[in-house]
Design a protein around this ligand. Structure first.
Ligand code: HAM
Length: 421
């Protein structure tokens, strides 16, 4: 049934509205990320909300996201499309299509769509800030990308999180590992039942299964680290060394394979202890050195991460960090003369750089004063007939209640100086 059968229209299940003051925090979070990414040489990338379905399917045919969670549809021209499920597929598609100069470093903020079972911290539309770097193999970039995420969490005030890193190795490492792992699953085929088909399609996928009866078996499964080629092992060591040099704490997680199929080499995840274990990942990413080629582009290494905005804010709440910034009004205009004066003065105040609002609709003077108090503004500017006769306005400090007269033509400058000493 449309609109979940309710009388009052509601947003679809698993989606949320973000209103002020929560949206003020949201805005501050994105500004903080944009600033850090900008300082590290990343430019903003904006891509469509929907893509040809083949682009989104690059997250991997054996992943839950592609198998069960895509928002896919045919448009009126019969094209098969899907809402984006992450930022990486779109970024790499944009790279392959536009062929920008390498290295290409981009950041983004965008919603993603996955048909999940909604719960706190898990939504059908969630937002990510993230970065992608195309065209660099140097392990220093792996370190810098991880450091960017870590510095961002720290700047927001998060402390109770852990960084796990792993390496999935290069193609040769992974090919050997997949064989050994598949062999291992086949020896447990009875226990795995129907899931054996999934193991055949991609043996790595079973490693992050949450099935309670399989945890022992998963625990004893061969680990990717044992099958890294010397080059991959050396690359991974350089990443660890870089993290140590920068003083970034991490643990090695040999079973961290991540939930998407495009990964190779370094993978990492940040988990918050302030969230429920089932959805404690506040961000994650890694290398995807084959993805550009897989999308028809030239072979180009890539690395990046995505950070879930909603989850970061929930974690911040439970840590008592990153309070909503104060978005107070500077001035509230109260009008006792009528005509166009309130309209003109309010625009003037705004043009001078002040946050200004006013009462509308010729309300009674007392009601307007009450509205000024309720607005939370620092000052009210009162347009009164007595003051107007001498070219003045009354300026009232709403906290102390003191009131003085200021020349009308100097009001904006006077207030600006008071508020920005
Ligand atoms: P991901 O691990 O699927 O990776 O998502 C990244 C982050 O988005 C997660 O750590 C989590 O914070 C948040 N997130 C994911 N799904 C949900 C959901 N249903 N509700 C709320 N938050 C969610 C990626 O998406 C990769 N594209 C990351 C990447 C970039 N890898 C390389 N470059």
């Amino acid at each position: 049934m449309s609109n979940e059968g309710r009388d009052v229209f509601r947003a679809p299940i698993g989606t949320r509205d973000v209103l002020a003051p929560e949206s003020d925090r949201w805005q501050a979070l994105v500004a903080c990320f944009a600033q850090r990414a900008g300082r590290a040489g990343f430019g903003l990338l904006v891509t469509p909300i929907f893509e040809h379905i083949e682009v989104v399917q690059k997250l991997g045919s054996s992943t839950d996201v592609v198998r069960k969670e895509l928002y896919d549809f045919a448009d009126k021209g019969g094209r098969s499309l899907a809402l984006r499920a992450d930022g990486t597929a779109s970024a790499v598609r944009a790279y392959v299509q536009n062929r920008p100069v390498l290295p290409w470093k981009v950041w983004y903020v965008a919603p993603n769509f996955r048909y999940e079972r909604p719960q706190k911290g898990r939504y059908r539309q969630h937002w990510q800030v993230g970065v992608e770097v195309l065209g660099l193999e140097d392990p220093d970039i792996d370190v810098e990308v991880i450091a960017l995420a870590d510095g961002f969490y720290r700047e927001l005030g998060l402390r109770r999180y852990r960084l796990s890193v792993n390496s999935m190795g290069d193609a040769a490492s992974r090919a050997r590992y997949r064989e050994v792992l598949l062999d291992y699953w086949r020896r447990h085929a009875d226990q795995l039942g129907d899931e054996m088909a999934r193991a055949e399609a991609n043996p790595l996928r079973l490693l992050d299964s949450k099935h309670p009866d399989w945890q022992d078996m998963i625990e004893r499964a061969p680990q990717v680290g044992e099958y890294l080629t010397p080059e991959s092992a050396q690359q991974f060591e350089r990443v660890q060394e870089g993290l140590q040099v920068l003083g970034i704490d991490f643990e090695i997680a040999p079973r961290l394979v991540r939930g998407l199929d495009y990964y190779s080499g370094t993978t990492f995840e940040f988990a918050s202890d302030a969230l429920d274990a089932a959805q404690n990942a506040i961000g994650g990413g890694g290398r995807y050195d084959r993805l550009a080629e897989d999308m028809g582009g030239p072979p180009t290494p890539g690395i990046g991460f995505g950070i879930g905005i909603e989850r970061v804010l929930i974690a911040a709440d439970s840590e008592g960090a990153f309070a909503a910034p104060e978005a107070r009004l500077d001035v509230f205009v109260v009008d006792a003369v009528g005509g166009t004066e309130a309209l003109v003065l309010t625009q003037e105040l705004r043009a001078a750089g002040l946050r200004a609002d006013r009462a509308y609709g010729n309300r009674k003077f007392g009601k307007q004063l009450a509205a000024a108090d309720k607005s939370g503004a620092r000052y009210s500017v009162i347009l009164g007939p007595k003051e107007a006769a001498t070219g003045h306005v009354a300026v009232k400090d709403l906290a102390s209640g003191t009131q003085i007269e200021v020349r009308r033509d100097e009001a904006a400058a006077w207030l600006y100086t008071r508020l920005h000493p």
